[in-house]
Ligand binder design. Sequence first.
Ligand code: ZN
Length: 348
Amino acid sequence: MRSNAHFGGLLKPVPQEAFSAWLARGLRTRNPAPFIRATDCLKRLCVEDADGNLTRAVTEELSMALGISNECLRRSFPLPGDWLKAPPERRLQFCQFCLLNDFRCGRQPSLRINWFYWWFNVCPVHGCCLYIGDSTSAPAELLSIVQFDLPWRFFTHGAFQSTEQCWSYRCSTRQILTLMAWHFQCWYQVCVQRGTVTIGDVELAASVPEIELLMDDILAIIGKKRIYPFDPRSQIAWLLNIKACCSLRSNLPPEAGCEAFLCKDVGEHSAQIRMAMFALLGLFLKLPNCVCMWRLSGVPIYDNNIERFWRSMHSDAVRMPSYLDWLKERADGWSAPIRAHFRYLLES
Ligand SMILES: [Zn+2]
């Protein structure tokens, strides 16, 4: 642990703490002056999102206001990319246990930067799915948890079981998907940190934005909406054992074509469904850890044949043109290495 001396005498950030959340905590300390100066500086420079990509000029002014070096400021609050970041008013995802832990440690509950991204669904500390709250404020959310949704039972039992302890029992499909979603987000974070895309031992000659383009298209199909009772129940609903009428529902007629049903905003789905979407994305990309989890799970689906599972994913709801036709058209915009590596996704 760094001492306060290493942070210019200011409040020490919690690991992965969002910059805005740290500022908000700082305003309530006994030395609020630097935090007031930094907040005023953001206002003066019309910075709407303190957790966005700040320009060098802005971080220079902020570091002067806070009395710490520009370098220290940048290193302490790194952003995990730009892909699928929720706008400020929709940053409602929390790990309840992290908030409770903040409280237990005697500090104001605080937001972690990763919670602002739709691809981040599983808390790496507690192993649980993130929860969607009603407020973008961590203290307000903790109050609501304590008042209405007290998860003490889980807090004292399930949440702190190690992965090994989990494995000594049979995992449910939901747990398997949660682990797959966690593997996906670990893989994606490594891609962003290294600036390369590696699947198994194959390093693709593709950039991270190029794979993000492909992943947007795959997610659009995985998260597509359905018409009930016209379409069959979705695989995600089946896997999670949830009723069909969920966020995957649409009231449009089938003649509306496939485009209208695609999921263009991952954030419109519930936390559970989104977690499953990213677990399956990891499977369809054939990330080794996701494939391994899936094979170990014993879920009786498509004889562990990922290509067949993918085919059923895009062809179970009939539209004209088909989802596969749409994907083939989109594939024209993918880079050549991506198209070559993922050609199995385009086979009918
Ligand atoms: Zn947590």
